[in-house]
Design a protein around this ligand. Structure first.
Ligand code: PAF
Length: 292
């Protein structure tokens, strides 16, 4: 496995399998790298804590940075190259210019219509689109792997790639399932911000998502009344566990908008604060014809 910091040293990445990350790699990332290695393509893992996707009061400075451990995880999961660029390599015109450019990027609907992460972190999705586009321009991957844990991000990237078919004509975006701890908590680099007591309470999130899935298990069609009751129950369960809910909603899995009668799959999505951490999670909770 090669560690590359200078983009000029990138060779033969055209047609690679890209796993973009911000480091602090855990089993969730390892599963993406293994899936990418399973494609038979050379796997390029990128590690870059992208400043433009963090808001001014967010955790950019304290985001965990664990490069040596990350290299071991990437190598054992099957990476061929780990690309660890500096800010100058990604944003050669400087960070202020990059932030200004991000603010005027044309964004796909999933980046600004659902009022989920886009409402809580208004500059976040533009920064994500900006850095993923830059990495794809530098590396020309054939496939890029994204975890379903950041479900809105996944939809945004799918739409971004589809919006500009001539820029990356052959690129496929592949989703990979969320990897969970034994109590159901979604693996996240930010779980290290939880103390032991908060860590136990955090399991209320996957419990609330599962309870929603069970509640909708027998529904044959989308029932708006039932969905809004299920959303209230999620909010109550999270509040009882002492979490500060930012959203707990059930949406059309494809558009991330409120579900109409034409929805074929529903996804529950949650964001909540707990101590010094902000946690997000989601789960598919209903599929049309699920009882067939
Ligand atoms: O999901 C992440 O870790 C980041 O948002 C990504 C896709 C690597 C862009 O910085």
């Amino acid at each position: 496995m090669r560690l590359i910091e200078d983009p000029n040293e990138l060779v033969d990445t055209v047609g690679c399998a890209l796993v973009p990350t911000m480091g602090a790699l855990h089993e969730g990332h390892a599963s993406l790298i293994r899936a990418a290695a399973g494609s038979g393509l050379g796997v390029v893992v990128t590690i870059f804590v992208n400043p433009t996707q963090f808001g001014p009061r967010e955790d950019f400075l304290k985001y965990p940075r664990t490069l040596n451990d990350d290299l071991a995880v990437a190598e054992s999961a099957g990476a061929r190259v780990v690309f660890v660029p500096g800010v100058d390599a990604i944003y050669p015109r400087g960070l202020a210019a990059a932030r200004a450019e991000a603010a005027v990027l044309p964004l796909p609907p999933a980046a600004h219509e659902p009022h989920l992460e886009d409402a809580c972190r208004p500059t976040h999705m533009a920064g994500v689109c900006q850095v993923v586009a830059r990495l794809c321009d530098l590396l020309s991957p054939a496939v890029a792997y994204f975890g379903e844990k950041d479900f809105q991000q996944l939809r945004v990237i799918e739409q971004m790639v589809a919006m500009d078919p001539t820029r990356w004509p052959a690129l496929r975006v592949l989703p990979c399932p969320t990897i969970r701890e034994p109590d159901g908590l979604a693996m996240s680099s930010r779980n290290v911000f939880l103390n032991a007591e908060e860590r136990l309470r955090a399991a209320a999130i996957p419990r609330a998502l599962l309870a929603t899935k069970e509640r909708l298990a027998h529904g044959e069609s989308v029932n708006i009344g039932l969905l809004s009751e299920a959303e209230s129950e999620m909010r109550v369960a999270l509040a009882e566990a002492g979490l500060g809910t930012q959203y707990a909603v059930i949406r059309n899995s494809h558009t991330l908008m409120s579900a109409g009668s034409d929805a074929t799959e529903l996804r529950a999505l949650v964001a909540a604060r707990l101590g010094g951490a902000r946690l997000i999670d989601n789960m598919e909770v209903w599929t049309r014809g699920q009882g067939d």
